[in-house]
Design a protein around this ligand. Structure first.
Ligand code: NAD
Length: 374
């Protein structure tokens, strides 16, 4: 007997596999879509062109919105929401990285719920219901945003990255097609795969994890850990497929239980040190593996066995070596972080999910952990 109690419900229908993007026109028409508001990453639009995009949405009318920056801002989301309303669209298709998908989830919600996304980010309002139907198509592997109820939006005034987390924000469909990630430049591939691996690790050790989510996190970690170099550096198609699979499986468990301390700690590194999201998450992994060591439990022993490590320290060293091989930073000092700046990073890097770290954290212990990373 495990005595565990858990609930698991993924409202998003997931469609995985090579060239599954070709199913988009049928999906749009099955959802009754007659006018598509397409939120599209610029790199994807450059590849397929407007004519190619028109073909992808079949017979539906099309309005295209591409002005979505990395780590999209409140202003961008509100502007896109207004454009969507003006267009009269009845369905949203988002094709891009996590930034595009997160913006689209907010825009979909705002079509049936009044106000600025700011009010929802700061819990001043709650959605009264779902927004427009949304089909999410990731071109990175990745954030898992296509299967989560979360959307992270940058508040430039407060220099913060608050997130919505509402069941109403789950996309209706996710098309996860490894072919779409082939064009990622190495730096983007490295950062997004490390994000996926960090999310899976956080899910695996989270105090909120249950047997179902741990099983998914376990598989995601193994798939990504074994294939990340071949996927990012050699562009090996089999490895790319496995990392993409790891990303969506890891995203699914994250949809149920969220993150722990690493994701909120990443935000100050992105906002103040201009470090890509995935790199800003993964840089903390070795230090937190060491800090959490005594609380990782029997599941973690199984993971170490499958990955071929005898101890947590061996895993931490291998993780660091992998990051170095991938060209990812492993020391805070290389980003320009000084000892004096660490208390600020900790102050700005505590979020709702920090409490779910397996070993209790205080601001003092977090400062000590970060000092070991200088
Ligand atoms: P991104 O969407 O910011 O994209 C990074 C860069 O890669 C952009 O310049 C983009 O144009 C380019 N790009 C994307 N796909 C490409 C492709 N196939 N070929 C060439 N270029 C491509 O990166 P991301 O890491 O996917 O998303 C990061 C955002 O997602 C952050 O804002 C982060 O906070 C958020 N996030 C959300 C969740 C969630 O559950 N909603 C989870 C983790 C992170």
């Amino acid at each position: 007997m495990t005595g565990s109690n858990w609930d698991f419900r993924l409202p998003t229908a997931v469609h995985f596999g090579w060239d599954r993007l070709s199913t988009l026109p049928d999906m749009i028409s099955n959802l009754g879509g007659r006018h598509v508001f397409a939120m599209i990453g610029r790199s994807f639009l450059n590849r397929v062109g407007e004519a190619g995009l028109k073909q992808l949405v079949g017979s539906a009318d099309l309005t295209i919105f591409t002005d979505i920056e990395e780590n999209p801002s409140i202003g961008t989301v509100d502007t896109a929401a207004a454009r969507c309303r003006e267009s009269g669209a009845d369905i949203i298709v988002a094709i891009g990285g996590g930034s595009v998908l997160d913006a689209a989830k907010c825009v979909a919600l705002l079509q049936k719920n009044e106000g600025s996304i700011r009010e929802y980010l700061y819990r001043e309002r709650k959605p009264a219901g779902r927004g427009l139907p949304l089909i999410a198509v990731p071109t990175t592997a990745g954030t898992g945003s296509e299967v989560t109820p979360f959307a992270v939006v940058t508040d430039r005034e407060k220099n913060a990255k608050p997130a919505i987390a509402y069941p109403e924000a789950f996309p209706d469909h996710a098309i996860v097609d490894p072919a779409l990630t082939l064009s990622m430049p190495t730096a983007v591939a490295v950062s997004t795969s490390l994000d996926a691996m960090t999310q899976a690790l956080e899910g695996f050790w989270s105090t909120r994890a249950n047997d179902m989510t741990r099983a998914m996190a376990f598989r995601a970690i193994v798939l990504i850990f074994r294939n990340i170099e071949a996927a990012c550096l050699d562009k090996d198609r089999d490895a790319i497929e496995k990392v993409t699979l790891g990303s969506v499986i890891g995203g699914t468990q994250m949809a149920m239980i969220g993150n722990t301390a690493l994701h909120p700690l990443s935000y100050p590194l992105t906002l103040d040190y201009d470090l890509r999201h995935g790199l800003a998450c993964a840089i903390y992994v070795p230090a937190f593996l060491r800090f959490n060591k005594a609380e990782l439990g029997p599941w973690f022993d199984d993971l170490l066995t499958v990955l071929g490590f005898g101890t947590v320290e061996e895993f931490a060293l291998a993780f660091e070596a992998k990051m170095e091989k991938l060209g990812a930073p492993t020391r805070l000092s290389t980003l320009g972080v000084t000892r004096e700046a660490i208390p600020d990073i900790v102050r700005n890097g505590v979020g709702r999910s920090t409490d779910f770290n397996p070993r209790k954290l205080t601001p003092e212990t977090m400062v000590e952990i970060l000092e070991t990373m200088l």
